[in-house]
Design a protein around this ligand. Structure first.
Ligand code: SF4
Ligand code: SF4
Length: 264
């Protein structure tokens, strides 16, 4: 299984696919490689993955991060991300895979697991215009027999079937922050404090909630009240608020939505 986040901006992939491109693939309990791809893998988790997985496992985001993830620094962007911590068994298995059943958190599996066997890349990104020149490609790994099945999909059908569209929509602000950081000159460095803010708002949603509602955050920033109320009761709204706050404080974009209140 290949990490969705692996960008291949400078490489030419074997075949670039669009939303209407077709490919043959099927993964089910009958394939002889069943669960092989859930071992020895590198899965970067998205903010929405953490939100849903921690809920499924009835853990706080702090507990989930401590038990199931490993921190990693994203090359080039130099931003902290988290990957799924694998078991220390012979095959380096995902903690959620079972030989017979397959994935025990299937409905809440990470975005990367949903994308497979598709990868995503971009030829260019114009942050000022917010335009992405995205393409897809199939990741054909030797151990995967899913490509020998007859079931045919378009890329758009696969994305919809796997719930990728929803996840990409929720995670868009996070992906945008990473691309923005990658495209600014490498001489411009974020401070350690800025990286901590990024980690907090993107991955530790329960701690971020306390930061927003139980610290002086709302005294410091003048934020639309409706937005604050929505975020109070909805994790996804809180994530979006966090992404926009990071965009304003780290990249000075949309600062009008997070005006610092005058003291005194
Ligand atoms: S989360 Fe589920 S689908 Fe993804 S690697 Fe683990 S067991 Fe496999
Ligand atoms: S068909 Fe491919 S995706 Fe499905 S279990 Fe086998 S290796 Fe994994």
């Amino acid at each position: 299984m290949t990490d969705k986040s692996k960008e291949i901006q400078s490489e030419i992939p074997p075949e670039q696919l669009g939303f209407d491109s077709r490919f043959k693939f099927s993964c089910h309990k009958g394939v002889k490689c069943f669960t092989d791809c859930c071992r020895g893998i590198d899965i970067m988790l998205t903010p929405y993955d953490i939100l849903t997985m921690r809920k499924r496992l009835e853990l706080s985001s702090e507990e989930f991060l401590a038990i199931y993830t490993e921190p990693k620094m994203l090359e080039k962007a130099e931003l902290p991300v988290v990957t799924l911590k694998l078991l220390d068994d012979e095959r380096k298995s995902c903690p959620f895979v079972r030989d017979e059943e397959g994935c025990i958190i299937y409905d809440d599996r990470p975005t990367t697991c949903r994308y497979y066997p598709l990868g995503v890349g971009s030829l260019s990104y114009t942050s000022e215009l917010g335009e992405k020149d995205e393409f897809f490609f199939t990741v054909k790994e030797k151990h995967c027999f899913g490509f020998q099945e007859d079931k045919e999909w378009t890329v758009a059908e696969w994305r919809q079937d796997q719930g990728i569209d929803l996840r990409d929509e929720v995670n868009e602000g996070w992906a945008d922050l990473i691309v923005r950081k990658k495209t600014i000159p490498s001489t411009i460095k974020l401070t350690e404090k800025s990286r901590e803010m990024f980690f907090l708002a993107c991955y530790n949603i329960d701690k971020f909630r306390r930061f927003v509602f139980e610290s002086s955050f709302l005294d410091r920033y003048d934020i639309d009240e409706n937005r604050v109320e929505k975020a109070r009761n909805d994790d996804v709204e809180l994530l979006q608020l966090g992404f926009d706050w990071l965009k304003a404080t780290l990249f000075h974009e949309g600062e009008e939505n997070f005006k610092v209140r005058q003291s005194g």
